[in-house]
Ligand binder design. Structure first.
Ligand code: ATP
Length: 355
């Protein structure tokens, strides 16, 4: 199991700002890391640098302590799977899976029977033995994705890089493939780094999350760390669906005022703050409640198992989740309570978490 370290890596392509800026993190052996960030955040650039397809301007990338700087891509033993699975259309699934092993065979490192064993093993892990004699055109999107993953795994790489491998699949299949990926990764114990714009992938899969935006790592930590204890507003906004509420507030010497309510927050520097609260943490009622502020329902969306209700409170819009079927019609009154323990307080000027 291979530990990946990225230390102070930067890359600028000639544009005004770097694609990757002073990025550092360590992914432990056998761990599943997820790099999450919007389009243009620098995810592909990062993966390309690890694979050796793009060279960093500064910094160092190591695998089990050994620098990769002088190692050409073919010698890195790193497999990369892209969103658009490039399978050979005229070759059967079996031949597609054998393809990456041609070089070791030529070098005399693998025999014919060893190849057959490898292919059978990977097909078993991916649950595709019944598809081995089909052509790629005879496969569904999810099956094709499995085959391209198999092609990456058959070489037994030291590191597996996945670049948005499932974003184009439909929602149900995506969910299924995500569960499968986690199972396969666990079974094989291969250190994996997965890039995605989908925050739910990060929360569902990751041992380690790297929140990337504008080339910078805004936080590196476990899924619980980045979700429960976001280090700044960017991280708070990236993770969670429906999105966290970010409300304007003020901090005095010992507390925070938001939506006209004051909460004790210990000693701290006074000034404008941004108060974050997740929609699931907002307590919503259609009746007056002690300690709640009154507002008016703007809109209610149902997600089936729950509703997302948008409430106007003194000019601010608050999103709250509520049990499905709550009688929250647009224009009707609603009461909102913010539990003090669930508030995230950020300094407005810098976006940094204050507690
Ligand atoms: P997406 O999810 O859309 O693929 P991403 O997070 O993978 O986005 P990158 O593809 O790494 O982002 O791009 C990061 C930034 O670097 C972007 O501003 C992009 O335009 C720029 N960039 C990437 N590759 C090159 C290149 N070869 N030449 C010039 N600019 C590039």
């Amino acid at each position: 199991m291979e530990t990946l370290t990225v230390t102070g890596v930067s890359k600028t392509f000639g544009g005004p700002r770097p694609a990757i800026a002073d990025l550092s993190f360590t992914l432990g052996g056998g761990e599943f890391g997820v790099v999450v960030g919007p389009s243009g955040a620098g995810k592909t650039t990062l993966l390309n640098m690890i694979a050796g397809l793009v060279s960093p301007d500064t910094g160092e990338i190591t695998l089990n302590g050994g620098s990769l700087a002088a190692v050409v891509p073919e010698r890195r033993d790193i497999a990369m799977v892209f969103e658009n699975y490039a399978l050979y259309p005229h070759l059967s699934v079996r031949r597609n899976l054998e393809f990456p092993l041609r070089a070791p065979v030529r070098r005399g490192q693998l025999s014919r029977s060893q190849i057959a064993a490898r292919v059978a093993e990977v097909a078993e892990t991916l649950r595709i033995p019944h598809l081995l004699d089909r052509l790629p055109s005879q496969l569904s999107g999810g099956q094709r994705q499995r085959v391209s993953l198999g092609r990456a795994l058959v070489r037994r790489p030291r590191l597996l890089l996945l670049d948005e491998p499932i974003t184009h699949l439909d929602a149900k299949l995506r969910h299924e493939m995500r569960t499968e990926l986690k199972r396969i990764q666990r079974e094989l114990g291969v250190t994996t780094l997965y890039a995605t714009p989908d925050q739910s992938d990060a929360l569902a899969l990751a041992d380690l999350v790297v929140v990337l935006d504008a080339g910078r790592a805004w936080q590196v930590g476990s899924a619980a760390d980045v979700y429960e204890r976001p280090a700044n507003v960017t991280v708070a906004r990236t993770l969670g669906d429906p999105r966290i509420n970010l409300l304007q507030g003020r901090r005095d010497a010992t507390g925070v005022t938001v939506l006209g309510q004051r909460f004790d927050a210990g000693q701290g520097p006074p000034g404008p703050v941004t108060v974050g609260i997740r929609p699931g943490d907002v307590e919503l009622s259609t009746q007056p409640v002690l300690g709640a502020v009154a507002g008016r329902v703007l809109l209610s969306q149902t997600l089936g198992y729950q509703d997302v209700v948008y409430v106007d409170v003194a000019g601010a819009t608050v999103r709250a989740t509520a049990p499905a079927g709550i009688a929250a019609r647009p224009g009707s009154p609603a009461w909102v309570r913010l539990p003090a323990a669930r508030l995230h307080v950020f300094e407005t000027a810098t976006g940094r978490a204050l507690r």
